[in-house]
Every structure is written in structure tokens, then in C-alpha cells.
Design a protein around this ligand. Structure first.
Ligand code: S3P
Length: 172
């Protein structure tokens, strides 16, 4: 896959902490294509952080913005698009992605995800009394949906970002 030859946007999906942004950015650099991140676009457009948007306008508002941003970014030059962990759950987003892109799901087990997300305050869905329990419930509910991604790439706690990029490229 030489630079600039992507025929479709590669859309990174999967759980919070799966590495969508880190792997997506490294993949874009390797291929020499644009890197886009839906959460980042939403924050920039709103001039607020994701926790601020959830607190002020609610999750439904965020999901609406997320859908608009993903639809728009899928129309731009092909590149790598990282999405927030909830994006692939919405049927309308899966439909938009399958039309203009290819979904790559990064998979990691609950223990690995927890190590990466714990102690951070950037994810409003985990601001509960028992964030580990919350993460495990979200994980159980979502894993079957992420399985619908065309390409699935496993990672364990030890897998480096560059090895993840190799695995995505092999699967593309
Ligand atoms: C969410 C994941 C977050 C962000 C928002 C909601 C989710 O993105 O979009 O907090 O529903 O899983 P990351 O997957 O990058 O953490």
C-alpha cells in the first residue's frame, strides 16, 4: 500500500483504550495519508472537551455531533479516521462507514483496556462510583457489535503500536 493509494477511508473502531487514536495516527504516518479523529473534531468545533459537552448538552447531543462529523469526514480525502468507542454502535454510523470506508476493530481484553483507561477523567461514561464495573458492562454489551467490523485486529498489553500497524496493513 504505497502512500496516497487508499481507495477507502480506514475507520478505527473499538473500545475505549483499544488504541484507536495511537494506532490510527501511526498508520496514517506510515501510509502518508491524512489522520482524522472524530472526538478531536467535535471538541475543536465546540471549543469544549468531551466531558464538558456531555455535562452541558448530554450524551444524545454528543451522538448527534458525532454522526455529523463522521459523515462529513468520510467525504473528505481518504485517510485514517479514528472514532470514539460508541460511534460504531449506531446503525447510521455503521451504514455510513460501510459505504465510504472500511472498519478496522482493535480488540483487547478487559484487563488491558482497564489498565489504559483507569485513573483518567477524560471519559464521561466512566465517571461512576465503580468505573471498572461500568467498563466491564459496556464491554460485554459492545463486543458483539464491534465484531461486525470487516477487519479485526487483536492486541494484548505487550503489542507495540508499530506491530498493530503491521497487522492492520496485512489485513487491508
Ligand atoms: C466513548 C468513547 C470516547 C468518547 C466518548 C464516548 C464511548 O472515545 O467518544 O467519551 O461511548 O465509548 P474513546 O473511545 O477514544 O475513549
Amino acid at each position: 500500500n504505497p502512500p496516497g493509494t487508499l481507495k477507502k477511508t480506514v475507520v478505527m473502531v473499538g473500545m475505549m483504550g483499544a488504541g484507536k487514536t495511537a494506532v490510527g495516527r501511526a498508520l496514517a504516518a506510515r501510509l502518508g495519508v491524512p489522520f482524522l479523529d472524530s472526538d478531536h473534531e467535535i471538541e475543536t468545533a465546540a471549543n469544549m472537551t468531551i466531558p464538558e459537552i456531555f455535562a452541558r448538552d448530554g450524551e444524545a447531543f454528543f451522538r448527534e455531533k458525532e454522526h455529523q462529523v463522521i459523515s462529513r469526514l468520510l467525504e473528505e480525502e481518504c485517510g485514517i479516521l479514528s472514532t470514539g468507542g460508541g460511534a460504531f454502535l449506531a446503525e447510521r454510523n455503521r451504514a455510513a462507514i460501510s459505504k465510504a470506508g472500511v472498519a478496522v476493530c482493535l480488540k483487547a481484553d478487559l484487563g488491558v483496556l482497564w489498565k489504559r483507561v483507569k485513573g483518567r477523567d477524560t471519559r464521561p461514561l466512566l465517571q461512576t462510583d465503580d468505573p471498572y464495573q461500568t467498563l466491564s458492562e459496556i464491554y460485554a454489551a459492545r463486543v458483539p457489535i464491534y465484531e461486525q467490523a470487516e477487519i479485526k485486529v487483536p492486541s494484548d498489553g505487550e503489542t507495540t503500536i508499530e506491530v498493530m500497524v503491521d497487522r492492520v496493513l496485512e489485513a487491508l
